[in-house]
Structure formats: structure tokens, C-alpha cells
Design a protein around this ligand. Structure first.
Ligand code: IVH
Length: 711
């Protein structure tokens, strides 16, 4: 305690105030450290607050004496305005880059030339991983951490002292340290901690981070240091700024000294003679990249002799004595731990590669698609070799890439690293979820589970689709809730109809939804109301929600617009069940509906269990007809037309669409029901049949005249 502390602030001289502020900074910093990092408070809250208030009062009287490490700028202080600024005593620089071996050789040649060394004179370097985090400068005075600053623009950074004190690998005190020592290094987050943090964030609905670097930056730059405390950050020391005495004579010895002082230094730091040794170490580090457990984006080479570093000096923003040899972007090698099969809503068995997490283009990747069994075997859809015919096996060393924002894929396999025990992957012929046969139809690249609704994977995926955005989009009932309700003991949702009986079934239960974890009176009531709101549903959305194979959003619209009402759609599907006859012909005559899609819809309606589930659902709903187009002035409304021969002014597809828009039905063949044949050149047999049946026939110009021209 200084003897001025008991005196009134307005009796202090400037010199006394300066001394007391320095003292208060130390005492409060120590108290903070004891409180936050050692969980062993030295001061009572009241004493702490009193000292803090005194510090603020002195600063108010002598604003020019406010310290860069002022306790007012730290935890509990007025942090809301953002971080204070700190001007670095020695600038924090960035590094030049090398992208290939040639760049590394040129780096060596440039240095030799600058120093006047011959090509054969020995020149030592250090090579160490380039950590993909954010750089931090730590200032120690008399062995005590005074402040921590981010790099900022290199000249001035942000004061993140309170936050840095929360990082366990940043020592608060150093033994036998120079009076002044600025340590520089990288703050980062390990892959494991990153994954756990994101999981936690997701579970509380908070922001998830794209990669460990962002997570580290977001965690360090928190105005509330308690948040930083809850985020596991680490620190590697690799450089220094201002110093009262030199640390060592070489880079390598300096790193050893940092280690002795209590910092973590990277164990892969190695002394290398000449560029070929650097490149060799680079390759070694690259090979370990996926298994390090933290992100690195290259290898940093530094001239080892500190006297030579001093001679080489700096260009405007980068040192001449160091360079970062970067890894190629967007591609990374890692180990494929396992191949897993996911079952989708249409029963497709999709193989997924589970990988040792690796960062590819700034995102941690732990899964990649393997497409289908041919892809794993090294063949394309036509049986031609891909990846030179190399297959993919569990345990393989694989190259992962990301193209844009899509799901990561596997580009290549390194056969030289294949474990001897690795066996060719045998694609399952039974569904891994329900054991039903998984069959691959002729011409289909995908093998599918034949279990239909008895397959839990298909059922859950179908339900998720059912409640998704373009479908029923029920507020409060998303994929997560579907997983929870599926096969629930008390209130199961096993098929879409169950959603609409939820309120009713809940009312009959003793243990009600509102009493469950995560639910309350209000949220349960809101869910039931949100469900009721969607009972009234437009027909096109209902068709889409059924999740039939090949029937997406636009096909659903085509079907709904063609049949207009659910009852006529259902009736038509019943009639078309044998994939032949007038109803089938009508279905496949809809522009945009092919036989594959039509077959999928008809089969779903003909399959007894699936049909029963659809009927149970529809019984709960009020399906809205599609709005009828106003065809009152249309000359072809409700007429059945047939196009034949070549049309010259519009495509067949356009002619059909125009006719349908005007309320006509377009058929593929002439019959007694045909009202009008539009015959272009080459109409042949259809024209003859029309003539025989007395069906009115016009040419393309007549058609255009009838519909009021092209536009
Ligand atoms: S040395 C004067 N060594 O990379 C040179 N930097 O792109 C000081 N970095 O701002 C930097 N790992 O944030 C050095 N082993 C390492 C590094 C490293 C990561 C970062 C550092 C620097 C950036 C330059």
C-alpha cells in the first residue's frame, strides 16, 4: 500500500498521482488475475470496488496520467465503449509469402545476395508451423504482464489485457525475465475445443463459428472477459517486440528461452540448413497437418542467426529474414476414418466419409460425400475409371476439396499411405437402418432401401421434409422436434397425420407435453395452434410435402394446376395405376411430367400402406383447390387438343403450355374425344385419323389466330 492511498484525491500532486495509479494498476491486475484465473480472490468485492473507484477518481483529476493498462479499461470497468487502443512500441509486421519450392529457393538466393554470401556458404534457418489464429503482443514489465494487444493495423492494436489474462497458456508472471519483454505469438483454438464450442453455441441457439480462427478471434475480442474465460483459447509464442536485453543469439535459442520462461512454443520448430532442408521439413509438417489438432496454414522460415536478422531488417511491412511458405488452398489431405451410410427420404443409401477434421479453405471439414458405390470403387456412371481407377477404403489418406460452398468431396487417394489392413469397401445390400433389401435398379447410380415407411430413416427424413419450408412449414416444428417426437413413447409423430392429432392425443394423456423438458404451457399451446393454422393447405404444397420421389416444387405445381382439386387428382391417380389408359396418357401429357415422375406418383398412390397414410393425412386437412384461371373468354376452354407434325413458330412445349393456360387439355393421340387437331407438316396418320373421325383440323397459323397470336 502506498502512503498516499488514505489521502483525499484532490490533495495529490501529479507525481504522487502517477505513482499511485501505477500501484493501483498492479494491485487491481493481481486481484483480477487471482479472481479470474486462479479462482482464489485476494480482495473482497467491496475492497476491490473501493480501489477501482479511487483509480477512476484519480484518472478523472489527471486524465493525462491514465495508463494504457488502466484498470478502468478492464473487466468490470466501463468496457461497453469498446477496447482501448495500444500503440506498439515495435511494429507488428506480417510476412511475405512463398507458394512453391521455387519461391523458397529465391528467398534463400535473395538473402545470400543481400548478405554477400556464396551459394555454398552454410546458412541456417528455422522452420516452424504458421499457426492460423490471431497474433497477440504481451508486454511484461519486471516479469509481470502489463498489457496484451492485438495486432490491429500493425502500429496500433486493441487492448485485450483482461481477456488475455483468461488464457491459461499466457503466464501472468515470469521468473528471471528481462525488465522489459514483449512476447509475440498466436492465439488459437484447437479443433476439439472448436467443435465443442460450436455444439454448445448451437444448443443455446447462439452464433456458430465458421472455423477455429474466427472462433478464437470472436472469443478473444469479447468486451466481457468472462466470456473469454469460458472459451478455451491457447497461445504459442514465436517472436518478440521490445526487449531490455537480447534473448539469445539465434532464433532457435530464443525460442528455447521463451519456453524456459513459461510459454508454449511449437514442438515442430526445427533448425534447417539451406532451402532443400526447409522444403523437406515443410512436407513433413504438411503430412501431419490433419492430425495436429489445430489449424496451420503454412510453414514460416526465419534466418536463425539474430545478428543476420538485424542486418537484413525490414521492407515496408515484412521482414527480409522471414517468409511464410503457404499450403495450397481449398485442398487438404486427411485420414478417412470410416465410411457411413445415410438413408434419405426416398430411401437412397448415401455413403459419407467420416474424416479426421481438417480445414479446407477456412472451414473445418469432418465429412465428405462419396456419392455412390461406383464412386467409392473408382468408376463413373458409365463404368469408366475415375482417380485412375483407385478405390476408396476406410483408413485411406484422402485429399478433400471444397468447390464453392457445397458439401466437401474427395479428390484423390494416396495409395502409398494405405494401411496394409485396409479392405475394399463392400457397399451394403441391406438398409443399415431397417435391414430391408437395398436394391439398385438398372440405370440408377443409387442403391435404395425398399423398406418404405417401415424404414425409420426414411420415415424421419420424410417427416422432416413434410414440415420444411416449401411444405407445411409449421412454426415450432422443425427437424429437431421431429427427431424428438418420432417413436416417442407418449406422443409419437410417426407419420404426417400424427402431427394433426397431436393436440387431441395430448389432451388424453396424463403426462402432457407442457410438463416436458423444454416445453411449457405457452410453447405447447403455440405449437398446437401453429399446427391447426396449417390444416388449410393449398393443394400444390400438399403434393410437394408428400415428398414423392422425382416430385419437387415445380412438378407439384404442374400436377396441382393440371388437376385443380385434390379429389380429381386422387381419382386420376387411381385410374392411372396400371401405367396405361387414358388417365395415364393424360398424366404424361402434362408438359414437364415424364414417365419416370408420373410412375413415381402413381406407384405411391397404388402402394397400400403409403396410400393409407396419405388418406389419413388428407382426412385431417382442408385442401384448397388451385385457383381456376379465368378461361371464360378462351376459345379452347375444356376442349381436348392434339398437336401433330412440325410447328414452326413455337416449340411443342410452348404450344402445349399455351393451350393448357387457356384451359384446354392436350392429349398425345387422336380419339373420338378429341375436339381439335393442330396439324403441321408431316402430321401423317393423326391427320388421317382425325379426318376419319370428323375431328376439326387446323394448321399452325389457324392455331395462332385462335389464341390471339404469339405474344
Ligand atoms: S513470425 C516479423 N511465426 O502470420 C514476423 N508469424 O502472415 C513476425 N503467424 O502476423 C511473425 N504463425 O500472426 C510468425 N510461427 C509464426 C507464425 C506467425 C502464425 C502469423 C502472425 C503474422 C502472420 C503473417
Amino acid at each position: 500500500m502506498t502512503d498516499t492511498r488514505s489521502r483525499a484525491v484532490d490533495t495529490l500532486s501529479k507525481a504522487e498521482a502517477e505513482t499511485e495509479l501505477a500501484d493501483l494498476a498492479k494491485v487491481l491486475a493481481a486481484a483480477n488475475a487471482a479472481y479470474h484465473t486462479e479462482d482464489a480472490p485476494e480482495l473482497s468485492d467491496a475492497e476491490y470496488d473501493k480501489l477501482k473507484r479511487r483509480n477512476t477518481a484519480i484518472e478523472l483529476r489527471f486524465p493525462q496520467l491514465k495508463r494504457v493498462d488502466s484498470p478502468s479499461d478492464q473487466v468490470g470497468g466501463p468496457l461497453a465503449e469498446g477496447f482501448g487502443k495500444i500503440t506498439h512500441e515495435v511494429r507488428m509486421l506480417s510476412l511475405g509469402n512463398a507458394f512453391d519450392d521455387e519461391d523458397v529457393e529465391e528467398f534463400d538466393t535473395r538473402i545470400r545476395k543481400y548478405l554477400g554470401l556464396g551459394q555454398d556458404d552454410p546458412l541456417e534457418y528455422t522452420a516452424e508451423p504458421k499457426i492460423d489464429g490471431l497474433s497477440l503482443s504481451l508486454r511484461y514489465e519486471d516479469g509481470a504482464l502489463v498489457y496484451a494487444a492485438t495486432r490491429g493495423d500493425g502500429e496500433t492494436g486493441e487492448n485485450v489485457t483482461a481477456n488475455a489474462r483468461m488464457i491459461s497458456s499466457i503466464p501472468e508472471k515470469l521468473k528471471d525475465a528481462p525488465d522489459l519483454l514483449e512476447i509475440r505469438g498466436e492465439v488459437y483454438m484447437s479443433h476439439a475445443d472448436f467443435a465443442a464450442l460450436n455444439k454448445r453455441q448451437e444448443s443455446i441457439g447462439a452464433k456458430v463459428f465458421a472455423n477455429p480462427r474466427n472462433a478464437a478471434a470472436g472469443s478473444l475480442r469479447q468486451l466481457d472477459a468472462n466470456i473469454t474465460k469460458s472459451r478455451p483459447l491457447e497461445f504459442f509464442a514465436y517472436a518478440w517486440g521490445a526487449l531490455s536485453v537480447p534473448l539469445a543469439e539465434t532464433q532457435m535459442e530464443a525460442i528455447d528461452r521463451l519456453k524456459e520462461l513459461g510459454f508454449s512454443t511449437n514442438p515442430l520448430t526445427k533448425r534447417c540448413v539451406g532451402p532443400s532442408a526447409l522444403i523437406e521439413h515443410y512436407k513433413g509438417i504438411e503430412a501431419q497437418r490433419a492430425t495436429l489438432g489445430y489449424d496451420i496454414d503454412g510453414v514460416v522460415y526465419k534466418v536463425d542467426d539474430l545478428a543476420l536478422q538485424a542486418r537484413l531488417g525490414f521492407r515496408s511491412t515484412t521482414p527480409r529474414w522471414a517468409i511464410a511458405h503457404k499450403f495450397a488452398a481449398e485442398l487438404a489431405w486427411t485420414r478417412l476414418d470410416a465410411i457411413e451410410i445415410q438413408v434419405g427420404r426416398t430411401g437412397a443409401l448415401s455413403p459419407v466419409a467420416r474424416l479426421q477434421p481438417v480445414t479446407v479453405g477456412g472451414v473445418v471439414v469432418s465429412n465428405a460425400t462419396l456419392h455412390n458405390e461406383d464412386y467409392i470403387a473408382g468408376r463413373d456412371a458409365k463404368g469408366q475409371p475415375i482417380r485412375d481407377g483407385k478405390d476408396i477404403r476406410e483408413g485411406d489418406w484422402v485429399q478433400v476439396y471444397r468447390a464453392g460452398d457445397v458439401i466437401p468431396k474427395i479428390a484423390d487417394v494416396d495409395l502409398s499411405k494405405r494401411p496394409e489392413s485396409a479392405e475394399p469397401y463392400v457397399f451394403p445390400t441391406h438398409c443399415p437402418k431397417c435391414s430391408s433389401d437395398a436394391v439398385r435398379e438398372e440405370g440408377d447410380a443409387v442403391r435404395r432401401c425398399t423398406g418404405g415407411l417401415i424404414c425409420p430413416a426414411q420415415a424421419v427424413e420424410k417427416l422432416k421434409h413434410f414440415v420444411s419450408r416449401g411444405a407445411f412449414d409449421i412454426e415450432g416444428l422443425g427437424a429437431k422436434q421431429i427427431e424428438a417426437f418420432y417413436h416417442d413413447d407418449i406422443l409419437p409423430i410417426n407419420e404426417p397425420a400424427d402431427i394433426f392429432t397431436l393436440r387431441e392425443r395430448d389432451a388424453l394423456q396424463l403426462s402432457k407435453l407442457k410438463t416436458r423438458d423444454g416445453w411449457g404451457e405457452k410453447s405447447a399451446g403455440n405449437l398446437f395452434d401453429a399446427i391447426d393454422e396449417k390444416r388449410r393447405i393449398p393443394m400444390n404444397r400438399l403434393i410437394f410435402a408428400l415428398g414423392l420421389r422425382h416430385v419437387g416444387d415445380s412438378a407439384s405445381n404442374l400436377l396441382a394446376n393440371h388437376y385443380v382439386s385434390w379429389s380429381s387428382f386422387e381419382h386420376a391417380m387411381n385410374e392411372a395405376n396400371l401405367r396405361q389408359g387414358a388417365a395415364w396418357d393424360e398424366l404424361i401429357s402434362i408438359d414437364g411430367v415424364g414417365t419416370v415422375m408420373a410412375g413415381s406418383v402413381v406407384d405411391a398412390f397404388a402402394q397400400p400402406q403409403e396410400r393409407a397414410a396419405i388418406d389419413r393425412l388428407v382426412a385431417q386437412l382442408d385442401v384448397q383447390d388451385m385457383p381456376r384461371r379465368d378461361t371464360s373468354s378462351s376459345p379452347v376452354a375444356d376442349k381436348t387438343l392434339v398437336f401433330s407434325g412440325t410447328l414452326e413458330k413455337m416449340t411443342r412445349a410452348e404450344a402445349k403450355a399455351r393451350a393448357e393456360a387457356l384451359g384446354a387439355k392436350v392429349s398425345g393421340s387422336v380419339s373420338a374425344k378429341t375436339d381439335l387437331l393442330i396439324a403441321g407438316p408431316g402430321a401423317g396418320s393423326k391427320a388421317k385419323k382425325a379426318a376419319d373421325l370428323g375431328v376439326e383440323t387446323i394448321d399452325e397459323d389457324g392455331w395462332l389466330f385462335l389464341i390471339g397470336g404469339l405474344g
